[in-house]
Design a binder for this molecule. Structure first.
Ligand SMILES: [Zn+2]
Length: 288
């Protein structure tokens, strides 16, 4: 999960061009929709895409089918969709924090909100978590909803950490929320955490990293190539590592930062420091 910059495409102009493109099968049937679509785009922006506040203007099944078709294979009028797909593949997934994207996810699902099928501000880069999320959007309790990577500033805060217990070669691994119950967006964050993050392979990823760290610490954290004398020094090195990862991946909730956050837990720090400072230890040898 990551807060990302809003795409700067002019969606209203693009839709107008699309409606006038007489080489497309949708011509001229999108023309009567132009005003409604443009007003809907403006209203979406005015309420930051909030699912309970967006006016979901109904459109005909025919128009919806045309828009879905244009989303699937974008004509040149909608080349921003192709560009968004291609330009974000190497980036952290804004929805779940995995280390790549590669596809686009409709924040407001296109079946329920067909009018926003080709709206760039409703299209969020995502990884395979997109297919696990399906149409999940709102929870049963007040405030519960999936977070919107273009609008929810809380995605810029550190929200998630790994948790390692029963420390050893194969510890118990889980992910936990780092915010308190009094956080103003707790319900939304917690819902996003349960319905998006926890359904990914994040725990397996973290377990694999732990296994690499255990066998050869420098493989995961370069600075752990040497023996380290005190717990304070281990902590300082790991904080530096986490800051560097946050910076590199432009956010604090990518899976690599989440991993290092878990190492900074006091019990894990003590465990690591005991091993890294052991007299006679061969530098960068296994932690067992
Ligand atoms: Zn993802």
């Amino acid at each position: 999960m990551n807060k990302v910059q809003l795409p700067a495409y002019d969606d209203s102009a693009a839709f107008d061009k699309l409606s006038k493109n007489n080489r497309l099968g949708s011509y001229p049937q999108l023309q009567p929709l132009v005003g409604t679509v443009q007003a809907s785009y403006d209203q979406y922006m005015a309420v930051n895409g909030a699912p309970t506040l967006v006016h979901n203007q109904p459109i005909s099944a025919t128009a919806a089918a045309f828009l879905k078709g244009h989303y699937a294979s974008p004509p040149t009028d909608l080349e921003h969709i192709t560009k968004m797909r291609e330009s974000t593949e190497h980036l952290v997934c804004p929805m779940c924090g995995s280390m790549h994207s590669g596809t686009l996810d409709h924040y407001l699902p296109k079946n329920g909100f067909p009018i926003f099928s080709v709206f760039s501000k409703n299209l969020v880069p995502a990884c395979k978590c997109n297919s696990k999320r399906k149409e999940t959007l709102l929870g049963a309790n007040p405030g519960e909803r999936v977070l919107h990577p273009y609008f929810d500033d809380c995605l810029g805060e550190r929200l998630v950490s790994a948790r390692f217990e029963d420390l050893g070669e194969v510890p118990r691994v889980s992910v936990v929320l780092m915010i308190s119950n009094t956080h103003p967006q707790h319900s939304a964050i917690n819902f996003h955490f349960r319905s998006i993050i926890q359904r990914t392979a994040v725990v397996r990823y973290l377990a694999d990293r732990w296994s690499s760290l255990f066998r050869k610490p420098s493989r995961v954290v370069r600075a752990l190539a040497e023996n380290i004398a005190t717990q304070d020094q281990v902590q300082a090195l790991l904080e530096e590592e986490r800051d560097a990862l946050d910076d590199l991946h432009k956010g604090k909730n990518n899976w690599n930062s989440i991993f290092v956050s878990g190492l900074l837990d006091p019990i894990v720090l003590t465990w690591l420091a005991e091993r890294l400072s052991m007299p006679g230890r061969v530098p960068d040898s296994p932690l067992g």
